[in-house]
Design a protein around this ligand. Structure first.
Ligand code: NAP
Length: 269
C-alpha cells in the first residue's frame, strides 16, 4: 500500500451510514483508501466484499475493531501503523442507542447497564480510539498535512441533533417526540469531546461533530427499519454527501458548530 494515499478509517462500517460512507469515500478519489472497521469480522468482511464488487475508484480494506475493547483498539492502532504508518482521517461513526423504539411514547426505565453500554460505545470508545490513533494522525500532519490533497488530518465524530442541548429546549421541535434520554446524553458528551479535541489538536487537525440527519439504518433495531422509512428517513445520500463535504474542506467554516448535512441547519451545542 502506497502511503501517498489518503488513509481514512471508519468505525461501524458494516451497516447503515458507515457502510454507505465507506463506499462513497472510496469512490470519491483513486487516492482514497478506506479502512472499514467493524466489531464483527464476519459482518465486516462481507461488507468489504460487497463494496469491492462495486469497483470503487479508490481502495478499501477491513480491520476488526470493537471500540468498547481496549485490546481491540490497541491491536487496530498497531495494524494501521504497520500497514500505513499514518492516518489522515478518523471517522468515529460506531454508535448504539438504548433498547427502545422510535415510536415509543412512554419513558423507559433505564438501567445502569444500558447507560454503560451506550456511553462505552458512543463516548468512551470514540475518545479512547482517538487517543490511540493520535500519533498516527500527527504523522499524517507532519508528512505534509493529510495525505493526498495536502489537507490537515480530520477527526469526524458522528453525533446527532438529538445531542443538541439547544434543540432539546425547543419543545415544538419535530424531534421532541423522540425519547432516547441516554442516547441524547451520550451525543452531548461526544459534542463536548469534540470541542475538547478541537482545542487540544488546534495546531494540526480539524475536528468536527456531524449530524447525519434522520437516516435509514439499523440504529434502533431491525424492527424499526420500516418505521424509519414511514417517518421519512433519508436513504443515506444526505449523510454521505455531508461527510464528503467535510473531507473536502467545504464545511471548515462551521467547525465550531454541530455540522448538519443541510447548510441551513446548523445547531448550537
Ligand atoms: N440513523 C440515523 O437516523 C442517525 C441520526 C443521527 C446520528 N446517527 C449516528 O450515526 C452513526 C451510525 O449509526 P447508523 O444509523 O448507521 O446505525 P447502524 O446501522 O446501527 O450502524 C451502527 C454501527 O455501529 C457499530 N457498532 C456498535 N457497537 C460497536 C462497537 N462496540 N464497536 C464497533 N462498532 C460498533 C454497529 O455494528 P453491529 O452491526 O455489529 O451492531 C454498526 O456497524 C451512529 O453514531 C449514530 O448515533 C444516526
Amino acid at each position: 500500500m502506497a502511503v501517498d494515499k489518503k488513509i481514512i478509517l471508519i468505525t461501524g462500517a458494516n451497516s447503515g451510514i458507515g457502510y454507505r460512507a465507506s463506499f462513497a469515500i472510496a469512490n470519491a478519489s483513486p487516492s482514497n483508501h478506506v479502512v472499514m472497521t467493524a466489531r464483527s469480522a464476519a459482518k465486516g468482511t462481507a461488507a468489504l466484499a460487497e463494496l469491492q464488487a462495486r469497483n470503487p475508484a479508490g481502495t478499501l480494506s477491513f480491520l476488526e475493531l470493537d471500540v468498547t475493547s481496549d485490546a481491540s483498539i490497541a491491536a487496530a492502532a498497531e495494524r494501521v501503523e504497520a500497514d500505513f504508518g499514518k492516518l489522515d482521517v478518523l471517522i468515529n461513526n460506531a454508535g448504539v442507542t438504548e433498547s427502545i423504539r422510535l415510536a415509543d411514547k412512554e419513558r423507559a426505565r433505564l438501567t445502569r447497564d444500558e447507560f454503560l453500554r451506550v456511553f462505552d460505545t458512543n463516548v468512551f470508545g470514540s475518545y479512547l480510539l482517538t487517543q490511540a490513533l493520535e500519533p498516527l494522525l500527527r504523522k499524517a500532519s507532519s508528512s505534509g498535512g493529510g495525505g493526498a490533497g495536502g489537507r490537515r488530518p480530520i477527526i469526524l465524530n458522528v453525533s446527532s441533533g438529538l445531542g443538541s442541548v439547544d434543540m432539546r429546549t425547543k419543545h415544538d421541535h419535530m424531534w421532541t417526540q423522540f425519547l432516547f434520554d441516554c442516547y441524547r446524553m451520550s451525543k452531548s458528551a461526544l459534542n463536548m469531546m469534540t470541542v475538547g479535541f478541537q482545542w487540544h489538536f488546534r495546531e494540526w487537525a480539524n475536528v468536527f461533530a456531524f449530524d447525519p440527519g434522520f437516516t435509514m439504518s439499523n440504529l434502533t433495531g431491525p424492527e424499526d427499519v420500516e418505521t424509519r422509512r414511514a417517518m421519512g428517513a433519508d436513504s443515506g445520500e444526505m449523510a454521505t454527501a455531508g461527510i464528503l463535504d467535510i473531507l473536502d474542506g467545504k464545511r471548515d467554516k462551521d467547525i465550531k458548530l454541530l455540522v448538519s448535512n443541510d447548510e441551513n441547519k446548523v445547531y448550537a451545542w
